[in-house]
Structures are given as structure tokens and as C-alpha cells.
Design a binder for this molecule. Structure first.
Ligand SMILES: Cc1cc2nc3c(=O)[nH]c(=O)nc-3n(C[C@H](O)[C@H](O)[C@H](O)COP(=O)(O)OP(=O)(O)OC[C@H]3O[C@@H](n4cnc5c(N)ncnc54)[C@H](O)[C@@H]3O)c2cc1C
Ligand code: SF4
Ligand code: SF4
Length: 952
């Protein structure tokens, strides 16, 4: 097998004219070539990286035509054009030099639905989950799915012929497409729903001839499996007795034939009921062997997960929902089969499930089973399966699981033997691996762990790839059964044989005579094709303890590109749909910056592009908790800013925030004077610094509620009553939000505790966020010592603001300053309840309906703890399904972020607050934002709790 090196050309010079040409042509979308965006577009979930030259995001199909018309100019004709959807490809499908066309940013609309005929027309950038959410009211859905349903686009699914759970019954994407519109060179458009334009007659005649010439050869060569067609679909594009259906050819073509601008999809009726059975097995081999027996019950899907992945999921704490019998036994992980049934007749469904359950009793190696009926539980369990790939990225050490032979399909009856040979090949090369996949269609996901930065492992990777290619064919299978081909396209000619490949070449030439659409993929001269061993690799190596090391651990699985409004991840991406403003994009930008710096290539422009990408980060920390490998962007931003400002002056706003934090104890001492002074000072400061809606210093302190504040030294000297609880504040809540502190103390007092305030001292939150690392470390060390000292009293400690508590937990640990924890108030109370402390009942009439959490606590255990507390208080509340509020400390006060901040608030908070008069709002930032953008009374939850304690 010969793999030639990818010819990487830079089109930078000729593309300098493009923005002006596009503007003249009336192009309305975005055109950008800043380094952060290019870095973000240079990776997907594969191990490769190819830096593009420019990124365009068209607004609509007309923009795509404008683009292609401009690119018809002689000096631009050689520039590659590659479509990109969600960028979740596992083999570099959407990576290329030249122009990347970003479809997910704007071209993401559901255009038309015909419920009667069960079809929908969509733009290609619509995300699968978004589409199905918009169809929810119709009872219809687009059935093919992927584990990346939350972020992959229909354009990407069509172009890779994606499929996943349920494909045995629903088919693949290609089985559910009814037509499309595609734009080719010169901006010419082919629409399967419109009469053929004159210019296309000769082209379609050539395509028809090519299909007819290669069809039999292709069918003779490719195994007749359900996930069959490979390359261009000659089989269905021109059946012997039928007309040419040219629109079937771009399906699975990975963008090599043109830019798809509209797709008509077949929709199915949503089944009324579903059930999920999870079966635990002693070994993965036993789980696989059970495949045929389980299949006899005709479920919708059977998915398998091996012991390695189960162990990772167990350690990540995401198996909590499973009964004990299905958890690791004596520390030994187990394997799972997930079996799903769907139907419209509930009784019939129950019979199927029961029959399957009974049969598991006789299955060798089966340990236990569990039936999930509740939709939320089923979704949570499927989430476990969907998280598998992300979990693999968590593996420590230099060898990490890599996708390159990860979706082979063999006949189900050959699966066990195939796996034996496959794993034998890996073991003989000393490689470990994780495995999961779709047993029902014989498709397994196997990711061998390799050190991609080592020459030796790269050689092994190529050898394994060649070996698995041969093995798959020997077992009557297909090398790329699910995820498309990408750079594996270099194997295509050998796989389909010369005659079929010749027909592919003719099809490619007819659609794309200039050979400009995603060149180097699938079809082309051997020397121009990208190959596994020759496409540049994305480095994963940094020095141990490198503060930017996490940027190198981002594996591009794109879980952070969430569009779901109620999800905490990632507010800046959700609001902008701009990849550079996502955790993935920021990690890519930081990695690129770090590498350039290492090579001594750093340039001013690159610094400011990376700064711009990081400036949009709210510091909400959702990435630090919800990304499978905890890519903590705020932590890395802090280190980047430290280096950035070594040679630059800080803004007045930054300096003011740093000084405010540093001197907060002094300001507090003169609180009343400062509160009066702030009436004059705030407007002046806003004018001079570009900050907006600055809060005013509270005139009174907690003494007005009868509470005492003591210094750490005094606390250390005294003995304290067993009901004492020490309350910590950060400078911002201490200065600006006495009400919250009183609320928390009143609530604790109402429960019989004796709250005592610890004299506030700066903890370095502003310094951390602004990258003043020496100041942060200095302040953090002092606060850490103070916390540890107070902890010696043996009395519990709680914090008023969740962001402050979580900062101490996360950022102090990152700085090597882990120690005694301050608890969130709900953590403290739920622990007390668990220890048997009785809490008074609340008068529910006095409580708001909803509790709005700060994103730093909702991503962690904060939400569960609140639920437990309110249950114990006899007043269950609804936790509002929100993401970030858009304020996040200083972010929402900065003039340049005003629009974004409001937009983020509107994404989830505005809707959740609609119809409410009052709300429990746990975060200081969130209360400020609620006050700015709504007329609702939002108070700390403990205010409401304190006022609702039923004294009668
Ligand atoms: C964790 C993980 C799990 C996965 N699980 C599955 C799975 O269960 N099933 C599955 O099938 N795949 C799976 N994949 C692979 C991937 O998600 C799918 O291939 C998905 O369909 C790609 O969609 P996308 O929008 O991300 O496309 P991209 O990766 O952006 O692009 C894929 C290809 O489509 C082309 N393309 C995109 N839009 C257009 C357009 N408008 N016109 C022309 N060409 C276009 C691109 O050029 C590229 O060649 C998984 C990937 C990951 C990372
Ligand atoms: S930041 Fe995390 S979730 Fe996002 S692509 Fe990287 S590893 Fe995946
Ligand atoms: S901290 Fe929040 S805004 Fe910043 S990258 Fe992470 S998820 Fe996005």
C-alpha cells in the first residue's frame, strides 16, 4: 500500500483578494483568516491537522453561489474548497488547505416540513438534535442518528452517509435522503427537484455512463452488508432499469463533488414507547457472544461497551444511575450490552422486554440486567454510551486511544472471530485499546492507544491500519462501516478495484473538473491523495506540568459544541456559533500559539488573535467540569494572559478590578464613606474604563442583622459552640451584596445554627481571571492559609457565592494549593440531613417556583444537593434548565461584551423567567443580570428559605 505525502500549498497570497472580491459580488456572510479561527478549523476528532488559509461562512445558498462564481476567476481556480459542518469527522474528512466553507454558522435552518408526505427540507448546517427538536411537535423525526447527534450537521451526515443506533431498522442516512441541491464550480446549481438546466445535460450524460460502467464492478467487489456502499453510490444512482438519480452521488462523497446547499429528508413517525435493557457481562467476549441470541428478540439496537470503557465511566462517576448489580464487582469492571426496544403497543413492548430478560438468565457470562422505562433515565443511560469516546480521551500517559481503524463492519456471525484477530494484532504490537459499538450490525469501535508524537508509534499505526484493512476484507467486511473515510480514502482504489475506481474518477471529473472540492480525499491520482501516515499529525505532547498541557489533550470530539440552550456548555459558542469561541477552538488556538512560540515563530498578530478568542470566554468553567478531559480554558487563559501582559500595558478596567480586589479589606473598613463616594465615582469610572452597570457598595454590613465578624486570628484562639458555622465571603459579595450574606446567615440561624462571618480577605479571583499570576498566587496562598486555620476549629465552613467556593476548589488545586474545602451552603445542609439533622418545614406558598443556579455549581454536584435540601424541607422546587446567565464576573460589565452578554441571558434565562414574579437565584453575577434584564425579584435561595420557615 503506497501513501503519498499531502501536497500542502499555501494559497495565502492569491486569497488576499478574496474578501474584496466577495464584497463586490454581494456576499453577505463572514470571511476570516485570523489565526485562532484557522487553528480551530485545522482539526476534527481525528489525529490529523491541516491548516486552511481562509474560512467563509455563507448566509444562504445564494451566498454559496456568489462564492463559487468569484472562485471561477483564473487565478483562484486552483484553490481548494472544502465544506465543514460540525467538524466531528474522525479521519480528517473536513480538513484541507485553501478555503473552508463553514455551514453550521448560518446555514442551519429547517426550511419546510410536509407532515402528510413525511419529509422536510433543511439547510446542510442544521444540527441533528436541533432538527429533531424542531420537529418534535409533528410526531415525526429524522431517524438516522450518531453518537454526535448534539453537534453533527445534516450536511456532514449526508456527506459521510452517517448511521448509528437503530440503523438495522431505520437504515443509514442514504436510505433517508429524497433529494438535494448542490452548487458546483462557477456557482452553477443542480436541484433534484427542478428541471435539469441545459448546461448540465452533457455532465449528467457522462455521469450516467460512468455509473453504468462501474456499477457491476463495484457490486462484485463490495460485501453485501447493510452498511454497504462505499465511495460513490453507483448502485443506486443508476439502477439498470431506472433513470439516473445524480443526487445520490454526493451522499457519502465527503464533499468531493460540490457544496450541498439543501437536502430533502424522509421523516419517520416517532414510536410511542421505548424501553432500554442494560445487561452486564463478566467479559467483553461474553457480551459479544450474546449478540445473536439478543438479536433474535428483534430489538431496535444492541450496543456494546467493553470493560476498559466501563472502568473509565465508573471512575468518571457517570454510572450512578445503574443498579449496584451492574456496577464494577470487587473493583473489577464489567462489560455491557444496551438493548433498546421501540413500538406503539405498550403491552407488546413489555412482552418483548420480558422475553429478553428471561433469556438473559441463560446467557453465558451474564451477571445482571436492568430495564429503564423512564425517558430521563433512558437518556441518561444512553449518555453513558455516547460518552465512551470522550472517556477514552481521558486516558493518562503518552499513549492515547486514536481513531483510524475504529469502525470496521463484518457480518455479525464473524464478529467474535474478527475481534479475536484484531485484538491479537494489537496485543502483538503491545497496544492497549478500548472497545464499544453496534453489535446488531457487526460494527465495532476500537481505538488503539498510541503515542502519536513518537516516530515508532507512527510506524506502528500505519502497520496496524494496513493489517486491519486486510483483516476486514478477510472476514468479509468493510473497513469504514460508519464514520466515513477521510484520509483512509487512500485505501479506496484497492478496496473497490480498478474498474469501479475508474468510474469514480469519471464521476469526480464530471462534477468537479477543476478538482477543487476537498482535494486529496477519496478519488484522485495516488500522489495527490492524503494518506494515513503522511497527513500531518496533531501533536499531543507537552512538558509535564506545562500549564497549557490541557490544550494538547483536547481530542476534538466536539462535545463542547453544544447547541442545547439549557446546557451549561459553552455559552460563548452557543451565542455565536463561532468555533473560535468554543472550548475546542480555544484549545486549538492555544496549542497553535504554544507550538509557534516553542519554535520561536510567535508574532504579534497571532498573540492578538488568540487574545480575541480568549476574550469571549466568560470563565463559567463549564469546560473544566463537563468536557470529558476537563479542558479548563479559564485556567489556560490565565497563563496565556500572564505571558501576554509581560510586555504590554493593561487596560484601566483591568487595573481597577485588580486594585479593587487587593484593597477590598480597606474599602470594607470605610464602607459607608465608600458607598457614598461610589455614587459619584461609578459613573466616572464607567466613562473612563468602558465598564457598564457597575454595582454600588452596600451601605450596611452584616452587623445590621446582628451577626459578628471575626478575624482568622481571633477565630483560631477561641472555642466555638458546636452549632457554629463559619461563613466566607469574597471581595465582591462582601462589598456589593450584603443582602446575600444576610440571607445565608438568616437561613442558617433559622435552622438552629450560629453563623459567624470570617473577616474577608482577597482570594485572587480577579487576579486569576486577568492573568496576574504572581498576585493570584500571593493572595491565594494567604487565603488558603486562612481557610486551613479556620478549619482547625473543627466547625463547618460555607461560602456565600458559588463561584467563589468553586474557584477555591478548582483554581487553588490547579495552583498546587489544595486544602480544606469551603462548602456550598446546599452541600453543607444536605450533608447535615444525611447525618440525621432534622430541618424545619417550609411554607411553600412563600417560595418561588424555580431555583436558578450559577453555572459553576450546576455543572457539579450543586444541583443534586439543592434537590436533597428542598426535599428535606418538604418543599421540592424546580431547578430551572438554564445555562450561563451571561454576566460571569466582570465579563457582562465590559462595554465590548454588552450584546453578547444580553444574548446569552436571552438564550435560556429569559424564557425560564417568563411568567415568574420572583425567583431563587444563587449566584451574585446572575442576580445582577436578572436585575439588569428583567423585572423579576431574584434573591439568594437562603433569603426565601429564611422567610419561609414555618414557625407555626
Ligand atoms: C465521538 C464521536 C462519535 C461518533 N459517532 C458516530 C456515529 O455513531 N455514527 C456515525 O455515522 N458517525 C459518527 N461519528 C463521526 C461523525 O460524527 C459523523 O461522520 C458526522 O456525520 C459528521 O458530521 P459533521 O457535521 O461533523 O461533518 P464534518 O465532520 O464537518 O464533515 C464531514 C464531511 O462532510 C462534508 N460536508 C459537510 N457539509 C457539507 C456540505 N454542505 N456539502 C458538502 N459536503 C459537506 C465535509 O467536507 C466532510 O468531508 C462520530 C464522531 C465522533 C467524534
Ligand atoms: S474541549 Fe473537551 S469537549 Fe471540546 S473538543 Fe476538546 S476534548 Fe472535546
Ligand atoms: S469557561 Fe465557559 S465560556 Fe469559557 S470556554 Fe469554558 S465553557 Fe466556554
Amino acid at each position: 500500500m503506497l501513501h503519498q505525502s499531502v501536497k500542502k500549498m499555501s494559497y495565502h497570497v492569491v486569497l488576499q483578494r478574496l474578501p474584496a472580491l466577495l464584497a463586490d459580488a454581494g456576499f453577505r456572510g463572514d470571511i476570516a483568516n485570523d489565526a485562532a479561527l484557522l487553528a480551530a478549523m485545522s482539526t476534527d476528532n481525528s489525529t490529523y491537522t491541516v491548516m486552511p488559509d481562509i474560512v467563509v461562512a455563507p448566509r444562504d445558498a445564494e451566498d454559496v453561489r456568489r462564492l463559487m462564481r468569484v472562485l471561477a476567476a483564473d487565478d483562484l481556480r486552483g484553490v481548494p474548497v472544502t465544506a465543514r459542518g460540525g467538524g466531528t469527522g474522525t479521519n480528517g474528512q473536513s480538513l484541507n488547505a485553501g478555503i473552508i466553507v463553514d455551514f453550521q454558522k448560518y446555514m442551519n435552518r429547517l426550511l419546510q416540513v410536509n407532515e402528510k408526505e413525511q419529509w422536510a427540507e433543511v439547510e446542510p448546517g442544521i444540527v441533528l438534535d436541533e432538527l429533531n427538536a424542531q420537529l418534535a411537535g409533528t410526531g415525526l423525526f429524522f431517524a438516522p442518528t450518531t453518537s454526535t447527534a448534539s453537534r453533527c450537521t445534516i450536511g456532514g451526515m449526508v456527506s459521510t452517509d452517517a448511521s448509528g443506533k437503530g440503523s438495522r431498522r431505520y437504515g443509514k442516512t442514504s436510505d433517508n435522503v429524497l433529494g438535494m441541491e448542490i452548487v458546483v464550480d462557477g456557482g452553477r446549481t443542480l436541484d433534484s427537484g427542478a428541471p435539469t438546466p441545459d448546461w448540465a445535460n452533457a455532465m449528467l450524460a457522462e455521469i450516467e455512463a460512468a455509473c453504468s460502467s462501474g456499477r457491476d464492478a463495484l457490486l462484485g467487489q463490495v460485501p453485501a452488508l447493510s452498511r454497504r456502499f462505499t465511495g460513490y453510490d453507483l448502485e443506486r444512482a443508476k439502477p439498470p432499469e431506472g433513470d439516473l438519480e445524480w443526487w445520490r452521488l454526493p451522499i457519502g462523497a465527503e464533499g468531493t463533488l460540490g457544496l450541498v446547499t439543501r437536502v430533502r429528508l424522509h421523516l419517520m413517525r416517532k414510536p410511542k414507547f421505548k424501553r432500554l435493557v442494560v445487561i452486564g457481562f463478566e467479559t467483553f467476549a461474553a457480551a459479544l457472544d450474546a449478540g445473536s441470541a439478543l438479536l433474535a428478540h428483534d430489538p431496535l439496537a444492541i450496543e456494546v461497551m467493553d470493560e476498559w470503557v466501563q472502568g473509565l465511566a465508573e471512575r468518571a462517576g457517570i454510572l450512578q444511575a445503574l443498579p449496584v448489580g451492574l456496577r464494577a464487582r470487587d473493583g473489577r469492571p464489567i462489560a455491557y450490552n444496551f438493548v433498546e426496544f421501540v413500538g406503539d403497543d405498550e403491552a407488546d413492548l413489555a412482552r418483548h422486554v420480558e422475553a429478553l430478560r428471561e433469556s438473559t438468565l441463560t446467557l453465558a457470562g451474564a451477571i445482571a440486567s436492568h430495564v429503564a422505562v423512564d425517558d430521563i433515565e433512558m437518556a441518561a443511560l444512553w449518555q453513558v454510551r455516547a460518552a465512551s469516546v470522550g472517556l477514552l480521551g481521558k486516558v493518562s500517559g503518552t499513549r492515547r486511544p486514536i481513531a483510524f481503524v475504529e469502525d470496521c463492519v463484518v457480518p455479525v456471525e464473524n464478529l467474535a472471530a474478527f475481534v479475536k484477530d484484531f485484538t491479537g494484532l494489537l496485543s502483538s504490537n503491545g497496544l492497549s485499546y478500548g472497545m464499544y459499538g453496534h453489535v446488531d450490525v457487526g460494527c465495532l469501535h476500537i481505538r488503539p492507544a498510541l503515542d502519536i508524537d513518537s516516530d515508532e508509534d507512527r510506524t506502528i499505526m500505519k502497520a496496524i491500519s494496513d493489517g486491519v484493512f486486510d483483516l476486514t476484507r478477510r472476514h468479509g467486511g468493510i473497513f469504514w462501516g460508519e464514520h466515513g473515510k477521510g484520509v483512509r480514502g487512500a485505501y479506496l482504489a484497492e478496496f473497490v478495484g480498478e474498474a469501479a475506481y475508474d468510474a469514480f474518477r469519471r464521476v469526480k471529473r464530471a462534477f468537479d473538473p477543476a478538482h477543487r472540492f476537498n482535494p486529496g480525499k477519496l478519488v484522485g491520482d495516488p500522489q495527490s491523495l492524503m494518506g494515513i501516515a503522511t497527513t500531518p499529525f496533531r501533536s499531543v505532547k507537552t512538558d509535564e506540568n506545562d500549564p497549557l498541557g490541557l490544550a494538547f489533550r483536547c481530542n476534538g470530539n466536539a462535545q463542547c459544541l453544544s447547541y442545547q440552550r439549557s446546557n451549561v456548555m459553552c455559552p460563548s459558542f452557543k451565542a455565536t456559533r463561532d468555533l473560535r469561541h468554543s472550548p475546542k477552538g480555544r484549545a486549538d488556538a492555544l496549542r497553535h500559539w504554544h507550538q509557534e512560540k516553542r519554535q520561536g515563530d510567535a508574532i504579534e498578530e497571532l498573540d492578538s488573535d488568540v487574545l480575541a478568542a480568549l476574550d469571549g470566554c466568560l470563565g463559567c468553567k463549564a469546560c473544566a467540569t463537563s468536557c470529558p478531559v476537563q479542558v479548563d480554558i479559564p485556567e489556560m487563559k490565565s497563563h496565556f494572559l500572564e505571558q501576554f501582559y509581560r510586555t504590554r500595558r493593561r487596560s484601566l478596567a483591568d487595573k481597577a478590578a485588580l486594585l479593587l480586589e487587593e484593597y477590598s479589606p480597606v474599602l470594607i473598613r470605610y464602607r459607608k464613606l465608600m458607598a457614598v463616594f461610589a455614587r459619584i465615582f461609578n459613573p466616572l469610572m464607567e466613562k473612563a474604563s468602558g465598564l457598564r452597570d457597575l454595582p454600588f457598595i452596600s451601605f450596611h454590613d452584616v452587623g445590621t442583622g446582628g451577626y459578628k465578624t471575626f478575624s482568622v486570628e481571633v477565630i483560631a484562639q477561641r472555642r466555638w459552640h458546636e452549632d457554629t458555622v463559619f461563613v466566607w465571603r469574597d471581595p465582591f459579595t462582601a462589598l456589593f451584596d450584603t443582602q446575600a450574606a444576610l440571607a445565608l446567615a438568616d437561613g442558617l440561624r433559622g435552622f438552629g445554627y450560629r453563623p459567624v462571618f470570617v473577616a474577608m480577605r482577597p482570594g485572587g479571583k480577579a487576579a486569576h481571571g486577568l492573568g496576574d499570576r504572581p498576585r493570584f498566587i500571593r493572595q491565594a496562598r494567604k487565603l488558603r492559609a486562612a481557610i486551613d486555620k479556620v478549619a482547625e476549629s473543627g466547625r463547618p465552613m460555607v461560602g456565600v457565592d458559588p463561584a467563589f467556593v468553586m474557584m477555591i476548589r478548582q483554581d487553588y488545586a490547579n495552583a498546587g494549593l489544595a486544602g480544606q474545602n469551603i462548602l456550598l451552603v446546599q452541600e453543607f445542609l444536605s450533608e447535615e440531613v444525611a447525618r440525621g439533622r432534622g430541618l424545619p418545614r417550609l411554607n411553600r406558598e412563600r417560595l418561588p417556583r424555580k431555583l436558578f443556579l450559577h453555572c459553576s455549581e450546576s455543572a457539579g454536584a450543586g444541583a443534586t444537593a439543592w434537590k436533597k435540601v428542598f426535599a428535606a424541607l418538604g418543599a421540592p422546587v424546580e431547578i430551572a434548565a438554564t445555562g450561563c446567565c451571561g454576566m460571569a464576573g466582570l465579563f457582562g460589565h465590559q462595554q465590548r461584551h454588552q450584546d453578547l452578554s444580553k444574548h446569552i441571558f436571552d438564550l435560556s434565562w429569559t424564557g425560564q423567567l417568563r411568567g415568574e414574579k420572583q425567583a431563587m437565584v444563587s449566584g451574585f453575577s446572575c442576580r445582577c443580570q436578572t436585575k439588569r434584564f428583567s423585572s423579576i425579584r431574584g434573591e439568594h435561595p437562603m433569603r426565601w428559605v429564611a422567610d419561609a420557615i414555618d414557625v407555626g
